[in-house]
Design a protein around this ligand. Structure first.
Ligand code: DGP
Ligand code: NA
Ligand code: NA
Length: 207
């Protein structure tokens, strides 16, 4: 009772083809069906000017210095910050497909200094929950194979996985991404509902 109910910032992370995007979509539908304000977000957001540069880089149409690319990915999150915070304050839960952790993990996997990688992400809104879909790089690659984008390579994805391991924190839940879609979704929903309930001042809106 009383006070503005804040939306939860829920992030899904994982290797390429770990299942994040479809799990995000399913979670958002579930929350909306429960009558909650929820939106699907994703980074990189390729629709902005910065996002266009990132998209061109990812499809290997352009080459860019690793540090410059790192800062562009981060800028792509910063340019959405005001909108993101506004949505959360208005009570909308955001389910985000990748966030700052991908930013750090992918650049650190290239050999960039970890602390340098973390610096530009400092000050972005902190997730209430990070759901990490844990899947071996080989299993991910076998899921219909990769497309043609820059980072879709087993050797590189293994390095990314090692970096993600270093980033695990108390707001993370590691979910076995080899489970069936439905089993993963059930776990994802349980953790998401718990995170949302915490943002609603301890009042259980969902059970
Ligand atoms: P996606 O649209 O989620 O498939 O992401 C495209 C690729 O970009 C994917 O290989 C992951 C990578 N990526 C996502 N976010 C970042 C980031 O912040 N920095 C870097 N270097 N790579 C990222
Ligand atoms: Na991808
Ligand atoms: Na995806």
């Amino acid at each position: 009772m009383g006070g503005q109910k804040r939306g939860a910032l829920i992030v899904l992370e994982g290797l390429d083809r770990s299942g994040k995007s479809s799990q995000c979509a399913s979670l958002v539908s579930f929350l909306q069906q429960k009558g909650l304000e929820a939106e699907a977000w994703r980074f990189p957001d390729r629709t902005t000017a910065v996002g266009t540069m990132l998209s061109s880089y990812l499809t290997s149409a352009t080459e860019l210095d690793d540090h410059a690319v790192h800062l562009l990915f981060s800028a792509n999150r910063w340019e959405k910050r005001a909108l993101l915070e506004g949505r959360l304050k208005a009570g909308t839960t955001l389910v985000v497909d990748r966030y700052a952790h991908s930013g750090v993990a992918f650049s650190a996997a290239k050999g960039l200094d970890l602390e340098w990688c973390k610096a530009p992400e400092t000050g972005l809104p902190s997730p209430d929950l990070v759901l990490y879909l844990n899947i071996p790089a080989e299993v991910a690659a076998a899921r219909g194979g990769y497309g043609a984008e820059r980072y879709e390579d087993i050797g590189f994805q293994k390095k990314v996985a090692l970096q993600f391991e270093l980033l695990r924190a108390s707001n993370w839940e590691v979910v076995d991404g080899r489970l069936s879609f439905d089993d993963v979704q059930e776990i994802v929903r349980k953790h998401a509902v718990s995170a949302i309930n915490k943002c609603q001042g301890g009042r259980d809106l969902l059970s």
